[in-house]
Design a protein around this ligand. Structure first.
Ligand code: SF4
Ligand code: SF4
Length: 357
């Protein structure tokens, strides 16, 4: 039996939000061209599937998609902005084992400003509360950290703790997927300070999962200082993305869309083992975009587990026996920036922001 993969299914590029860091809503897919159940049936066996968008709950046949995907996936998590409460609750009644991640971009005013959805925060929060009251086990929220919402990072983490939920973080990225090339963190030290506080909250918890999340957030500090990824990126080797048009891609971080093949017109094995797919894998091997998004980092953390594990052991030891907290200045680049050895302009030039070159 062939190895199970990690897949992300982008079911639509339509979105009801207008986020400041993503222009996807300006380039939506048309309903009639979006990935069909027939194409979804051709996907391989997966140990994990993320369903995302756009806003996936815009698709009225999402339940049919989930039903089909459960025939081939051990675990499914849907990423959503949480606006369509009734549709989300309805789907969760049929699939209580599904994971739901609601993106909330800060406390109320900040979230609504970033998301461009009046009442977006209340809608997302109401959805979260309803899911918890229904007894859903795999519910959490996620936040894409930028200058504007960084001070809300720990307060939102505390809310997630009170609700006994997962808390996922990301930072600004540029790619074809976000239809954006000018995202950048401006006040790196301020944002990194908020990540440092979160890392210490996570390390101070009793949950090994949170200790590994601390490592992920340490990696985000490294990322916003435009440094090399802490772990290799193996996207397209045992991981894939498929978009609403049936195009199979290595990831969602590339500048231009990279296509391994099209599942509307090909069979999975033919596509996955094709020369075109091999050429994309060669590009991934030399990719210098250094993304640090959970989609590419989570498989890498499992594959190179000793790297985060050693980091966790070291920091737990320092935390509990020496009372020494994690500091962002453990990263040489952060010290160099503080000490004026590297300038903002130099860091900006190493980022993926096109405006900064
Ligand atoms: S980030 Fe998500 S919710 Fe916001 S516009 Fe883009 S696809 Fe929509
Ligand atoms: S670093 Fe990895 S996830 Fe980012 S663009 Fe390159 S191949 Fe894709």
């Amino acid at each position: 039996m062939s190895k199970k993969l990690n897949g992300t299914v982008i079911v639509t590029y339509r979105c009801n939000a207008k986020c400041t860091m993503c222009n996807r809503y300006k380039v939506p897919s048309l309903p009639e061209e979006e990935i069909s159940i027939e194409t979804i049936r051709k996907l391989p066996q997966m140990y994990f599937t993320n369903i995302t968008g756009g806003e996936p709950f815009i698709r009225e046949d999402l339940k049919d998609i989930v039903r089909e995907l459960y025939k081939k996936s051990d675990r499914i998590v849907i990423s959503t902005n949480g606006f369509f409460t009734d549709r989300i609750v309805d789907l969760c009644k049929e699939f209580p084992q599904v994971g739901i991640r609601i993106s909330i971009e800060g406390l109320e005013n900040t979230n609504n400003e970033i998301r461009g959805l009046p009442d977006g925060y209340n809608r997302g929060y109401t959805t979260l509360k309803k899911l918890v009251s229904m007894g859903m086990k795999d519910v959490g929220f996620g936040m894409t950290v930028q200058d504007k919402n960084a001070p809300d990072l720990v307060p939102l983490y505390n809310i997630s703790n009170e609700m006994n939920m997962e808390f996922a973080t990301a930072s600004l990225h540029n790619s074809f997927y976000f239809v954006e090339s000018n995202n950048i963190i401006h006040d790196r030290l301020m944002v990194a300070q908020n990540f440092e506080d979160l890392v210490n909250e996570l390390l101070n918890s009793n949950s090994p999962k949170k200790w590994f999340r601390a490592y992920f957030n340490h990696g985000l500090i490294n990322y916003i200082f435009s440094q090399k990824r802490l772990l290799p990126c193996d996207m397209s080797f045992d991981t894939f993305f498929i978009d609403p048009y049936g195009d199979v891609m290595p990831c969602n971080g590339t500048k231009e869309k990279e296509v391994m093949g099209n599942l509307n017109s090909q069979e999975w094995d033919e596509l996955w083992n094709s020369e075109k797919a091999e050429n994309v894998r060669k590009k991934v091997r030399c990719c210098d975009r250094n993304c640090w998004m959970i989609g590419s980092v989570s498989p890498a953390m499992h594959k190179y587990i000793w790297v985060p594990a050693l980091w966790v052991i070291k920091h737990k030891f320092l935390f509990f026996w020496k009372k020494k907290k994690y500091s962002m200045y453990e990263n040489k680049i952060v010290r160099d920036f503080r000490d004026g050895k590297v300038s903002k302009k130099e860091l900006d030039a190493c980022s993926t922001c096109e405006n900064c070159r």
